[in-house]
Design a protein around this ligand. Sequence first.
Ligand code: 9UX
Length: 68
Amino acid sequence: MTQVTIQVGGMSCQGCVKGVTTALQAVPGVQAVNVTLTPGAATVDFDPQRTDAAALRQAVEAAGFDAA
Ligand code: 9UX
């Protein structure tokens, strides 16, 4: 299992946190997700044979937030 922390911009409330969490949990290969509002960040444990950090960032952006 691999862990990455993504800086997430644009989250304003716990609803945003929930939205980012749900989006990341939906990516195949994701095992665990922890999203914080302050600072805006998402720590994700994932199977590196099934997904990667770039795909996780894309999922955050598809949910309407900025990922770096
Ligand atoms: Mo909170 Mo976020 O009211 O898109 S859900 S600002």
